[in-house]
Design a protein around this ligand. Sequence first.
Ligand SMILES: C[S@@+](CC[C@H](N)C(=O)[O-])C[C@H]1O[C@@H](n2cnc3c(N)ncnc32)[C@H](O)[C@@H]1O
Length: 185
Amino acid sequence: MAEHVCPVWVGYFLANPIRKLYHNPVKILSPYIKEGMEVMDIGSAMGFFSIPAAKMAGKNGKVVCVDLQKEMLEKLEKRAHKAKVFERIELHNCSEKSLEIDQYKNQIDFAWAFAVLHEMPDVSNVFKEVNEVLKPNSKMLIAEPTGHVTNEAFESTLNAALKNNFKVIGEPEIRGSVSALLEKK
Ligand SMILES: C[S@@+](CC[C@H](N)C(=O)[O-])C[C@H]1O[C@@H](n2cnc3c(N)ncnc32)[C@H](O)[C@@H]1O
């Protein structure tokens, strides 16, 4: 696995329930996820956000969990079974160059990329691909860790979003993160 990609052992720390005290998934995602929605977690790892999202989306909703690393998704699968939400989860193992999500075109109600964009080699392509799967006027939340990502680097990420048919409609406050709420134009 490329050096810049989060190793699987870190995935265990990220999925630790104690993290909820710092990053509360319900507080962060509940303004955007409603019952019955089909949503997408980009760089889901072991599902720290995907599993609470599956609960928010309810039994008629779905969470598409996209990750480069099979091992992350395998662990997510086990965690989703344990949480009794696996039937609402779709695991999608992508490649480093592309999310390979064409099959979801115009289907997704909301997407998020938490602490992952700085690991991706072509952020512009990520925005292009996500824009295509979102329904018109749907939103995408992005958040990057301030420790790893400078304001300047985040500005350049936002520029890539603007060039790919998104507008910035907010800057939700998320601990230890620089963030933006985007809307598909
Ligand atoms: C730092 S972790 C963040 C995980 C999760 N979003 C969270 O906040 O708990 C980044 C995740 O993104 C995945 N990732 C890195 N590059 C990727 C790419 N090009 N496409 C899809 N996933 C990628 C890694 O495998 C890892 O699981």
